[in-house]
Design a protein around this ligand. Structure first.
Ligand code: BES
Ligand code: MN
Ligand code: ZN
Length: 482
């Protein structure tokens, strides 16, 4: 999508006007961008056809195109995040209703800091669907919008927003692929392709190397699958980086549960269990595209969790890279296992911070819902920075407790150093505490539990049906601000 400055009244198919409820009561706040537009809006508002309610839209057919009014709700609840969401929904509708071009009026919203950035994100994300396997794209009309104009114009900000969106779409495209297409090997190929395109460092450990490197936990999880596990390590290294940050993504290309097999309705959508790894790929792409001045390491710890004669079993005792032994009491608690070895490797680089990302626990989704992800962190400053970026980008995170001595007790095993699964209550905290055992001494670390927010069955705002790549823009924002 192309974003242009609104000047010399180019011909457009549509005009998008975002309005708060207060704007409807006081039409003079609406810029008279088009001769007579205020008058039309005044009539619609006085007839109560449109009142600016959040999420409401009204299409008004005009002689030379369509006028779209989109509600932002009450002024005191309106924020950049509301604007981004309603922009994306509005533009998606415009694009599907055959409009090739749109003029988006933004000058009455200039007070919202970062408006152009968010506009770039909305433009980049609004048309996304994953429909490559559908012969007949019958759910909606094809997205026609390819050029938008705006009366507030900051090309650098637009471009950054679009690059953030590109990174997120890149992650979605891979996360949406089913388990019969993406497995640890084909995911490695995607990483190699990306590395070649952006001249990233790329190292991939196959099963032989994983054995030589004592990656016992990752190997155990991958042992039931026909496709062996992989650890992928991408590096983006600018000349004089300000900091060194490592990301670690859970890349379970399908989570059947293993021998502790999941019931059918829980197994569905488990192709999405590689979202953490896909997000790391997206972040690497974004970092390179944006030319960020930070050294970024992206680890993707990949395996397929399958039941078979060679699968790891309940009661098995395995040894992770740092020598800690783990008694397996549930093969469906596999994410923390693949992450454990990878966190050890990431720690060996002595980065300024490690951020891991994983569709880790149903418990986190139960606690926070499908629209807010969990943040566990051993450092207040890092947690604050991530929460600020999360607020900037409209991906909500909620800080969860890492300290809990009672839950810590349940990590103990009678036969090994740790068990991999605790009680039902506090399951997300247990998992975070388990991961902490593999983070190097003194390293700042954040764990993002993105179970639930990773996959949506209905589209809304900037999110499509399917993989959301939730967290990519927050992490890029964090890197950008370092
Ligand atoms: N991949 C799942 C977690 C998950 C659940 C992600 C729902 C997205 C949506 C994870 O590997 C898992 O199976 N977790 C178990 C842990 C339990 C066995 C301790 C869970 O949450 O039930
Ligand atoms: Mn599982
Ligand atoms: Zn899983």
């Amino acid at each position: 999508m192309q974003i242009n400055r609104w000047e010399n009244n180019p011909a457009v198919n549509s005009l998008l006007l975002l309005m708060r409820e207060e704007d409807c009561e006081n039409i003079s706040s609406i810029p008279e961008v088009y001769e007579g537009i205020r008058g039309i809006v005044a009539v619609l508002v006085s007839r109560k056809d449109f009142r600016g309610k959040k999420g409401s839209t009204l299409r008004v057919p005009m002689v030379d195109g369509n006028l779209y009014l989109v509600g932002l709700g009450k002024k005191n609840k309106c924020s950049l995040n509301v604007i981004r969401e309603e922009l994306a929904s509005g533009l998606r509708k415009i694009g599907r209703e055959h409009n090739k071009s749109a003029f988006v009026v933004l000058s009455h919203l200039k007070e919202y800091e970062g408006l152009c950035f968010a506009f770039g994100e909305a433009c980049g994300l609004c048309g996304y669907v994953f429909d490559k396997y559908k012969a007949k794209k019958d759910d909606y009309e094809p997205f026609a919008l390819d050029v938008v104009y705006s009366d507030v114009y900051a090309p650098d900000e637009f471009e950054k927003g679009m690059k953030f969106a590109d990174a997120q779409k890149f992650s979605r495209n891979i996360a949406n692929e089913p388990g019969c297409v993406i497995n640890p090997e084909t995911l490695s190929e995607k990483a190699i392709e990306l590395a070649e395109k952006y001249s990233l460092g790329c190292e991939i450990w196959d099963e032989e190397k994983l054995r030589a490197e004592n990656m016992g936990a990752l190997l155990a999880v991958g042992s039931g699958s026909k496709t062996p596990p992989r650890l992928i390590h991408l590096t983006y290294k600018p000349e004089n980086p300000k900091a060194k940050i490592a990301f670690v993504g859970k890349g379970i290309t399908f989570d059947s549960g293993g021998l502790d097999i999941k019931p059918e309705n829980f197994m569905l959508t488990m192709k999405g269990d590689k979202t953490g790894a896909c997000n790391v790929l997206g972040i690497m792409k974004g970092a390179a595209e944006l030319g960020l001045n930070v050294e970024v390491h992206g680890f993707m710890t990949c395996a397929e969790n399958m039941p078979s004669g060679s699968a790891f079993r309940p009661d098995d005792i395995i040894t992770a890279r740092n020598g800690k032994t783990i008694e397996i009491n549930n093969t469906d608690a596999e994410g923390r296992l693949v992450l454990s070895d990878a966190l050890c490797v990431a720690s060996e680089l002595k980065p300024d911070a490690i951020i891991d990302m994983a569709t880790l626990t149903g418990a986190c989704a139960v606690a926070l819902g499908k629209w807010r992800a969990g943040l566990f962190c051993n450092d207040a400053k890092l947690a604050g920075e991530i929460l600020t970026s999360s607020e900037n980008r409209g991906e909500s995170f909620w800080r969860m407790p890492l300290e809990d001595e009672h839950i810590a007790e349940t990590l103990k095993s009678p036969f090994a150093d740790l068990v991999n699964c605790g009680q039902r209550y506090g399951g997300a905290i247990f998992a975070a505490q388990f991961l902490r055992e593999f983070v190097g001494e003194g390293i700042k670390w954040a764990h993002l539990d993105i179970a639930g927010v990773d996959f949506y069955d209905k589209e809304f705002g900037v999110y499509p049906k399917g993989a959301s790549a939730f967290g990519v823009r927050t992490c890029l924002d964090y890197l950008m601000r370092l």
